[in-house]
Design a binder for this molecule. Structure first.
Ligand code: ACO
Length: 329
């Protein structure tokens, strides 16, 4: 990989106030705290207020980042938002964020790679900065997954929650954060995880036209535990690092059992794996920054640590990146 010239210099996160616990969910659908905990590891998830949309969550995460960064953000020259739950089909969430934060000199674009979105957005930011086209980019994963849920589908609505996370990526030729990457797409598997739009068929299969997230949970599970360990290996083979040199693994927080299986297959210790699903559920493109920030805030993750983030989900897409953590503690 060409030497990166981009560094992650700040992080911020936000989750909505309202907690939806497993016990409360059990009053809505035929399920139980025991079933959800045992099959997924999730105990509760956050749900956005009626007047709180994906761009509001993104703005709150950026405000948290600004508070911690303590330097001017006036020279941000691009905003990239990874999301599948935009406020409008257009304008983009990124342009709503630009308006609400009031940055004047910036481009703004949304990226849709489902739960792989944050990794894709970071990869684009690294490319734009390393090429010299941009200098300072805000990368945000923000989702109101609750708005895409069918709260009668017990195998799906128990999984997802709302939240947002933001990274600031800046030009730094001497201390780059981006060490390696691995991106994949398997469009043939798209039918296993979708939310219908204008088309009513995919690959000859009639879609559920509800606008709700629809998944074949078993198929997604099987795909992830098989292909993610292989992807992690490929990513490391492209770098000069071994698995033993990775300080933290931050997989997309989809399901704890799935992550345990990925760790077992890849040979990575579970104790060095960061997740946010226990208290946030699956927050799609927001899950990786949320997991990472919890460990930044409690002092586990430190500047210089090698962090392997790995997103996977609808598409089917995957985006893994090996990062050197560049944020001052
Ligand atoms: N409560 C109680 N019982 C349930 C529930 C529930 N919430 N959901 C399903 N069941 C029942 C099923 O009806 C089935 O009953 P049956 O045997 O009588 O038919 C039984 O539990 C087993 O169902 P399975 O679907 O086989 O359960 P499984 O162990 O596979 O767990 C789950 C289901 C949790 C959805 C799992 O497959 C999973 O997590 N898959 C991955 C899904 C995922 O992560 N998707 C998103 C990834 S990418 C992205 O984030 C967009």
């Amino acid at each position: 990989m060409e030497q990166s010239k981009a560094r992650v210099t700040a992080i911020g996160t936000y989750v909505p106030e309202h907690r939806l616990t497993n016990h409360e969910l059990a009053k809505m659908v035929d399920t139980s705290d025991e079933w959800i905990t045992q099959r997924t590891g999730i105990k509760e998830r956050r749900i956005a207020a009626e007047n709180e949309f994906t761009s509001d969550l993104a703005v709150a995460a950026i405000r948290n980042l600004i508070e911690r960064y303590q330097k001017s953000m006036d020279d941000v020259d691009m905003i990239i938002v990874a999301t599948t739950t935009s406020d409008y089909i257009f304008p983009s969430v990124a342009s709503q964020v630009q308006k609400k934060i009031g940055m004047k000199q910036t481009g703004a674009i949304d990226v849709n790679a489902a739960c792989g979105g944050f990794g894709y957005a970071l990869h684009l930011a690294n490319g734009l900065i390393t090429s010299g086209l941009h200098q300072k980019i805000l990368v945000i994963g923000s989702e109101t997954m609750s708005r895409s849920m069918d709260y009668e589908d017990r195998s799906t609505c128990i999984l997802f929650g709302d939240g947002a996370g933001a990274f600031l990526v800046e030009r730094d030729e001497h201390n780059p954060s981006f060490l390696s990457y691995h991106l994949t797409t398997e469009g043939e598997g798209g039918i296993h995880l979708y939310r219908s739009g204008t088309a009513t068929m995919m690959d000859g299969v009639e879609l559920k036209p509800t606008g709700h997230l629809v998944q074949n949970g078993r198929e997604v599970y099987r795909w992830a535990v098989t292909t993610v360990p292989q992807g992690m290996q490929k990513l490391l083979e492209k770098s000069s690092y071994t698995l033993a040199q990775v300080d933290w693994f931050v997989p997309h927080s989809a399901n704890k059992r799935m992550i345990e299986s990925i760790c077992e297959k890849s040979g990575f210790p579970l104790e060095k794996t960061l997740i946010s699903l226990e208290y946030c559920g699956n927050t799609s493109s927001a899950s990786i920054p949320l997991s990472l920030d919890m460990a930044v805030q409690d002092g586990r993750v430190k500047k210089g640590d090698k962090i392997l983030i790995y997103g996977f989900g609808g598409g089917l897409t995957q985006a893994g990146l090996l990062l050197e953590w560049g944020v001052e503690s």
